[in-house]
Design a protein around this ligand. Structure first.
Ligand code: ADP
Ligand code: MG
Length: 681
C-alpha cells in the first residue's frame, strides 16, 4: 500500500486537527529544503512516509571484526581510518582503479573500485570509514566495491555504530548516514504519535498463536523496524506492520461482502430436480465425488436469499463444465434465466455445442451471443421459458438484458477483469454468481484477491484418464518428435502443435504459426493439418475447430488461443515449440488440452533453454503435474503481480506484506476481521 494503512486522512482542510504524520518531512528537525528534495525523489513526502520507509537490511555493528580478523570469502563490516587513497590508470587510460587504504591499528585493508574514478572526490585521508563487503584476498586484505559509510564522531555516533544499524534504499546525493539520522530524528520527534490502526484488532498477545511479532504495539514495531536491539527484531516488526496491511485489505473485502448480504436479495434457485434428474440419467458418466460435493455447496447457496458469490477452482480436466450445467439446471428449474460467459469465442462455441446437445432433449433453448458473427442473433428464444444464454464479452457489451436473471456463470475467469465481472452482475437483479477457474490460485492470493468469494474446490479428476507425460527437448530433436507424432496419428489419435506467434517478427526468430504451418503439414504428410489463430474470422475458427473435434483434421497448428477450455478427448499430443516464451500457468493450461480421454498422452516442450531460468521453468513443468504447485512456482519465479495481472486485479502493493511468505498472517487477518464483523451485527 502506498501509505501506511489506517492513517486518518489529512483533515486540515476542514479545520479538524491534522495528523502530525501527514506533515511534510520538513517538520522533522534537521530536514531542510535540500534534503526534502532528495527524499521527494524517493517518494518520501510526509513524516509518515519517512517513518514507514522499509530498510533494505540491517547490519550487526555491535561487535565489529578487526581488520586483522577478516577472512577471505566472507562478507564483513569493519571500521578504520583512511591512511591513503589514489587512482591508477592503465591500458592507455581506458581503465582505472581507485583505491582507499584503511587501518584500525590491527591491520590494513585495501578497498578498490574499478573504473569509477569519480569516487576519489568522495573520500579524504583521516576520515573514519565503515566498509561492508566480501573479502576477495587476505594478502593484502582487499574488498572490491564495498558499501561505505563515513562516521562522524560526536553524539550521533551511537546511531550508526555499536548497534544493529538499518541500511536504507538511497538516491544519488543521499548517504546512509543522512538517511539514518533523519529517520532517527523523525522517531524521536514523532514516534509517540503513531497510533494503533482504527481497526485495533490486535490489542494483546493471545497465547498459543504462532505469529511472533504480530502483537507488538505499532509504535514499538516502527521503532524496531529501524533501530532494533537484536537482529531478529526488524522481522517481527515487519510482520506486525504487514498484518495491519492485510487487516485493512480484508476489512475492505469483507465489508463489501457484508453490504451485499445486507442489502441485496437473490432469487431462490435451488430447483426441483425436474431437469437435473433426466440430465444425469442421460450423461454417459457418473459424477465424481468432488463434483457431487461441490454441487451440494452450490445448491445450498442458490437456495438462500443472499446472492451466491462462489469461486469454483478445479485443475484442468476436473470437469467444471458439468458442474456448471447442473447449477444452470437448478436455476432453470426454478424458473429463472442463466447467463454463461466464456473468455473466447472458440470456447463460447464449444460450450454452446455441448449445452445444446445436453439440454436439447430437456426443451431448454441455448442462444449464443458472441457479437461478431452473422448468425448470432438468428435464433432468439422462441418462448418465454427459462433460457440459458451463452456468450463472450458481447454479453456485457451488446446491451444484454435478460430479465429474471437468476445465475451468472463465468468460465475461465482469469481472462475477465474484476470490473467486467461486476458489470455483468449489475445487469440483473443481484443474480447468483459462479466463477469457474482452472488457474490454480495460490492460497494467499486467493484469500486476498478473491476474499469476497466463497471457495469450492474440485480436487479430483474423473477416473479412467490416460496419464500425461511431459518431455523437454531442444530443437535438434524435432525430427524424432515428428516421427513420434506420426505414430500417434497412425493410431487414430490427434495432436496440437502450438507456436507463440501468429506472424514472424523482425526482432527475433520466435516461430509463428503462419511460417510453420506449411512445414508441419509437410512433416506430417499424409495426415491432415488445420490452422487456428486469433486473427481468423469467427466462421473460419468455427469450421477449423469443428473439423478437429470431429476428427477430420488429425493435427491442429495453433497459437495459445486454444489455451483454455478446449475439450477434445481424442487428442493425445501437445507439442509446444519455443516453449520458453510461455509462462508456467499458460504451459499448464496448454498441457491440460490432452489427457482428457482414456489414452496415454504426451506433452512435448521444445525450447532453446539458453538461460538457466528458461531451463528451470521447463524442468519444473516436467516434474510437476499439479496445478497448485505450478502456480506457487510461477509466483516464485515471476512474482504475484505477473501471475494475476496486478493492474486489473486491483491487488494493492504491500509495503511490508509479502504474499509469498505471509500466508499465516493473511489467514490471521482474515479471521480477525471475520470475528470483528461478526460481533458488529
Ligand atoms: P474443465 O474442468 O477443464 O473445464 P471439462 O469440464 O471440460 O473440464 O471436462 C473435461 C472432460 O471430462 C469432458 O470431456 C467431460 O465430459 C469429462 N467429464 C467431466 N466429468 C466427468 C466424470 N465425472 N466422469 C468422466 N468424465 C467426465
Ligand atoms: Mg473448462
Amino acid at each position: 500500500m502506498d501509505r501506511p494503512p489506517n492513517l486518518p486522512a489529512n483533515t486540515a482542510d476542514n479545520g479538524a486537527p491534522q495528523d502530525p504524520l501527514d506533515l511534510p518531512v520538513r517538520a522533522v528537525r534537521g530536514i531542510g529544503p535540500e534534503r526534502a528534495r532528495l527524499l521527494e525523489r524517493m517518494r518520501i513526502l510526509t513524516v509518515g512516509d519517512l517513518l514507514f520507509v522499509r530498510p533494505r537490511r540491517h547490519e550487526d555493528r555491535r561487535h565489529l571484526l578487526t581488520i586483522a580478523k577478516l577472512q577471505k570469502g566472507q562478507s564483513s563490516t569493519v571500521l578504520g581510518k583512511i591512511v591513503a587513497l589514489g587512482t591508477k590508470t592503465f591500458r592507455g587510460g581506458t581503465r582505472s582503479v581507485f583505491e582507499v587504504i584503511l587501518t584500525d591499528d590491527t591491520a590494513r585493508l585495501h578497498c578498490r573500485w574499478w573504473n569509477m574514478p569519480f569516487m576519489e572526490r568522495l573520500f579524504t585521508v583521516g576520515e573514519e570509514l565503515l566498509v561492508f563487503g566480501k573479502v576477495v584476498s587476505e594478502r593484502p586484505r582487499t574488498i572490491d566495491h564495498p558499501e561505505t559509510e563515513k562516521i562522524d564522531g560526536g553524539d550521533e555516533r551511537s546511531i550508526h555504530v555499536g548497534r544493529v544499524a538499518p541500511i536504507y534504499p538511497l538516491t544519488e546525493g543521499l548517504y546512509q548516514r543522512n538517511m539514518r539520522g533523519m529517520v532517527w530524528a523523525a522517531l524521536e520527534q514523532f514516534g509517540h504519535v503513531i497510533k494503533e490502526p482504527e481497526l485495533a484488532i490486535v490489542p494483546s498477545a493471545p497465547p498459543g498463536l504462532n505469529t511472533p511479532g504480530a502483537w507488538m504495539p505499532r509504535q514499538t514495531a516502527v521503532r524496531l523496524l529501524h533501530f532494533p536491539e537484536e537482529p531478529h527484531e526488524p522481522e517481527l516488526a515487519r510482520r506486525r506492520l504487514a498484518l495491519d496491511e492485510f487487516v485493512a485489505l480484508q476489512w475492505e473485502i469483507q465489508r463489501r461482502r457484508k453490504n451485499l448480504e445486507a442489502k441485496s436479495k437473490a432469487f431462490p434457485c435451488a430447483g426441483s430436480n425436474a431437469l437435473i434428474r433426466p440430465f444425469l440419467a442421460e450423461l454417459p458418466f457418473k459424477l465424481t465425488d468432488a463434483q457431487t460435493r461441490v454441487l451440494r455447496e452450490i445448491r445450498t447457496d442458490l437456495g438462500g436469499s443472499v446472492p451466491m458469490r462462489r469461486l469454483l477452482q478445479g485443475d484442468v480436466g476436473t470437469g467444471k463444465t458439468v458442474v456448471a450445467a447442473c447449477a444452470a439446471l437448478m436455476t432453470l428449474e426454478s424458473g429463472y434465466n442463466v447467463a454463461l460467459m466464456a473468455p473466447t469465442q472458440i470456447l463460447a462455441d464449444q460450450l454452446a455445442t455441448n449445452f445444446r446437445r445436453w439440454f436439447g432433449s430437456l426443451g431448454i433453448e441455448v442462444p449464443l451471443l458472441t457479437g461478431n458473427r452473422s448468425g448470432d442473433r438468428e435464433s432468439p428464444p422462441t418462448s418465454d421459458r427459462p433460457t440459458l444464454w451463452i456468450g463472450t464479452h458481447a454479453l456485457i457489451e451488446n446491451g444484454f438484458t435478460a430479465t429474471r436473471l437468476g445465475l451468472v456463470i463465468i468460465d475461465e475467469q482469469h481472462r475477465f477483469g474484476v470490473a467486467q465481472r461486476e458489470k455483468l452482475v449489475k445487469k440483473g437483479f443481484y443474480p447468483h454468481l459462479l466463477v469457474m477457474t482452472a488457474t490454480p490460485i495460490p492460497r494467499t492470493l486467493g484469500l486476498t484477491l478473491y476474499g469476497d468469494l466463497d471457495l469450492s474446490i474440485l480436487d479430483q479428476s474423473p477416473e479412467g484418464r490416460g496419464r500425461i507425460r511431459t518431455h523437454v527437448r531442444t530443437p535438434d530433436a524435432l525430427p524424432k518428435v515428428w516421427d513420434f507424432i506420426r505414430k500417434e496419428l497412425a493410431q487414430g489419435r490427434q495432436a496440437y502443435i502450438v507456436y507463440p506467434r501468429i506472424q514472424d517478427s523482425e526482432e527475433d526468430d520466435v516461430k509463428s504459426v503462419t511460417r510453420e504451418f506449411p512445414r508441419v503439414a509437410e512433416a506430417l504428410k499424409p495426415y491432415r493439418v488445420g490452422l487456428l489463430h486469433g486473427q481468423l474470422n469467427p466462421d473460419e475458427k468455427d469450421q477449423v475447430m469443428e473439423k478437429f473435434r470431429k476428427g477430420s483434421l488429425n493435427a491442429l497448428v495453433a497459437t495459445s488461443v486454444i489455451e483454455v477450455g478446449i475439450d477434445v478427448p481424442n487428442a493425445t499430443v501437445m507439442l509446444i515449440e519455443n516453449a520458453e516464451q510461455f509462462g508456467l500457468a499458460q504451459l499448464h493450461q496448454l498441457r491440460g488440452r490432452v489427457g482428457r480421454g482414456k489414452h496415454a498422452s504426451h506433452c512435448i516442450l521444445v525450447g532453446e533453454q539458453k538461460t538457466d531460468a528458461a531451463k528451470d521453468r521447463l524442468k519444473v513443468m516436467a516434474e510437476t503435474s499439479d496445478g497448485f504447485e505450478l502456480a506457487e512456482a510461477d509466483m516464485r519465479l515471476r512474482g504475484p503481480g505477473e501471475l494475476t495481472g496486478r493492474a486489473q486485479s486491483g491487488l494493492p502493493e504491500f509495503r511490508f506484506g509479502d504474499l509469498l511468505e505471509d500466508r499465516s498472517l493473511v489467514e490471521l487477518a482474515r479471521n480477525l476481521v471475520k470475528q470483528r464483523l461478526g460481533n458488529m451485527k
